[in-house]
Ligand binder design. Structure first.
Ligand SMILES: NC(=O)C1=CN([C@@H]2O[C@H](COP(=O)(O)OP(=O)(O)OC[C@H]3O[C@@H](n4cnc5c(N)ncnc54)[C@H](O)[C@@H]3O)[C@@H](O)[C@H]2O)C=CC1
Ligand SMILES: O=C(O)CCC(=O)C(=O)O
Length: 531
């Protein structure tokens, strides 16, 4: 097997390259390239490891014909077009915890630096001015800190601020009352926060809802003398409005690590006496960079080499513990999805995936993803588990998951049912042997008829009248056309009624042979299949 090839295109701790190599990937480290240079190169790679400099645009993704995974060594993924990557079947992963302590510490450092004007005092002192009378700071003890966003980083900031004896309030629509109690913050609405906070720190991603959350209007509602810190994303604050309010003195100080446009080479804020900034250094500590580099390389290599999925933003996770149990189910599910996709006619507005017995104890998302990947292959051969759910949604296909822990005839069963113009059609399969160790996938039922077959390679599906001599006639036809039969699997609704025949064959069945099979006495329907 050829090794997966990974490009590290942003400056990253060398541990990342080491881990990729140790885990069986070839790796190139080429940083600082222009978008045009990356466009030429990207087609060679299965994986792309980035920080925030590389912009993964639709143009890059179109050129990335081999790409399977993008790994962000960090948290924010606003430099990756995730919907477009999903459409292309590319997994996007981040490392959601590796740099959160470091970034929270940077926010606290910025707050303290603002409170005591340390950068300005440092500059004046080193310039020989001894500016002792120019700098009168404020204490943070007893002051109110308003967090906008109380997720990983926000809650670490809260804990540190509580240690500094601050009162912490938070605006975060997704913060539950229980979690607010757990992290010791008072949950408030945005206006409440703006009115009460002496210090405001931002810790949200940049989304349509959070863009410009500190707009001119919101900034106008803040308490006079407020100090504002942003170590999250630049687009959260209206920088021109912030400059005006710093100028007027309404905002006593502002500290930005992030800017609307980066690298920020100019800004109305630069040079203002009550403004301090850093060049997106929130995550820049040795510890955080080692953490995120190790994590991103481990996650990406795990996906490229073993199919394990961790911290993906566009597909369900599959932990190292779950992966061995789920993989045989995913193989079964994909084949059942593919079988239904190849056999069902017309639109398929609804699909349900039912897990019975042992299967019902498992995480259903990867199994459903695999069914959809198999099913959607009828529309496109570039479908995989990442883009299948998006393609299904685009086509308005309703997907249901049903879990039934009660065992039926089989200890474990996956059933896929599609609604067709002619009514519901269902196929089912099980795992033989020890499913936990990856037992063999077997079809057990096709459209209400019990049958036992492996779904593998080239096959021929025939619906026929159950009558003597039929099997011989099909065998003869195959022999006459030089087609070797691997397995011969039969099922019937009742004796003398409708029957099905599934042949595995050593070569694809041509249209011509399929047409000849249709003419064999007793044949009702013929369909060559491929898995
Ligand atoms: N300066 C730097 O170098 C770094 C910056 N970051 C930034 O920090 C951000 C926060 O990171 P985490 O805390 O790990 O993310 P997180 O996902 O754990 O937390 C984000 C929080 O924002 C909240 N939120 C979402 N929409 C909101 C809205 N409309 N109003 C208020 N709250 C809202 C969410 O409910 C969540 O609790 C990241 O998205 C990233 O952009 C992260 C690491 C380093
Ligand atoms: O990689 C970096 O330095 C930036 C980190 C960051 O912004 C993030 O993780 O969201």
């Amino acid at each position: 097997m050829t090794k997966p090839k990974v490009l590290i295109s942003d400056k990253m701790d060398p541990n990342a390259a080491r881990i990729f190599e140790e885990r069986g990937c070839d790796v190139d480290v080429i940083t600082g390239e222009t978008a045009e240079e990356l466009l030429v190169r990207i087609g060679e790679y299965d994986g792309l490891a980035i920080r925030s400099s590389t912009k993964v645009t639709p143009e890059i993704l179109d050129a990335a014909t081999r790409l399977k995974v993008i790994g962000r060594a960090g948290i924010g993924v606003d430099n990756v077009d995730i919907p477009y990557a999903s459409g292309k079947g590319v997994v996007v992963m981040n490392t959601p915890f590796g740099n959160s302590i470091t970034t929270a510490e940077h926010a606290i450092a910025m707050m303290m630096a603002l409170a005591r004007q340390i950068p300005q005092a440092n500059a004046g002192t080193q310039a020989g001015e001894w500016p002792k009378s120019s700098f009168m700071g404020v204490e943070v003890t007893g002051k109110t800190l308003g967090l906008i966003g109380a997720g990983n980083i926000g809650s670490i900031v809260a804990a540190r601020a509580q240690g500094l004896k601050m009162k912490v309030i938070a605006f975060d629509p997704f913060l539950t009352p229980e979690r607010a109690i757990e992290i010791g913050v008072e949950k408030v609405d945005l206006d409440g926060l703006l009115e009460r906070a002496d210090f405001i720190t931002l810790h949200t991603p940049l989304t349509d809802e959070t863009r410009n959350i500190l707009s001119r209007e919101s900034l106008g509602k803040t308490k006079a003398g407020v100090r504002i810190v942003n170590c999250a994303r630049g687009g959260l604050i209206d920088e021109a409005a912030l400059a005006d309010l710093l100028e007027s003195g309404h905002v006593a100080g502002a500290a930005l690590d992030v800017f609307q446009t980066e690298p920020a080479k100019e800004s109305p804020l630069f040079g203002m006496p009550n403004f301090i900034c850093t060049p997106h250094l929130g995550a820049s500590t040795t510890e955080a960079q080692v953490n995120v580099a190790l994590q991103v390389a481990e996650q990406m290599a795990d996906y490229l080499v073993n199919g394990g999925v961790t911290n993906a933003l566009n597909m369900p996770s599959l932990s190292a513990e779950e992966a061995p149990k789920l993989k045989p189910y995913m193989a079964l599910a994909e084949r059942l999805g593919s079988l239904v996709g190849q056999l069902a006619h017309g639109n398929l507005p609804k699909i349900s995936v039912e897990l019975e017995g042992d299967a019902a104890e498992l995480n259903p998302k990867p199994i459903t993803g695999a069914v959809l990947a198999g099913l959607m292959r009828r529309y496109s051969d570039t479908v995989n588990m990442v883009n299948a759910p998006y393609l299904a949604k685009e086509r308005g296909i309703e997907v249901r998951e049903i879990r039934n822990t009660r065992e039926g005839i089989y200890q474990t069963l996956v059933r896929v049912t599609v609604a067709t113009d002619a009514g519901d059609r269902s196929v089912a399969g099980t795992l033989f042997g020890n499913a936990k160790d990856g037992g063999g996938a077997r079809l057990t039922e096709i459209f209400g008829i019990g049958i036992e077959a492996e779904l593998d390679g080239d096959m021929l599906y025939i619906v026929n009248d159950d009558a003597p001599g039929f099997i011989g006639r099909i065998g003869t036809l195959m022999g006459e056309n030089g087609i070797n039969i691997g397995t011969f699997n039969l099922g019937r609704r009742q004796a003398g009624g409708e029957a099905v025949l599934l042949l595995s064959v050593d070569q694809p069945i041509s249209q011509e042979v399929a047409e000849r099979a249709e003419k064999v006495e007793g044949v009702r329907f013929v369909k060559p299949l491929a898995f």
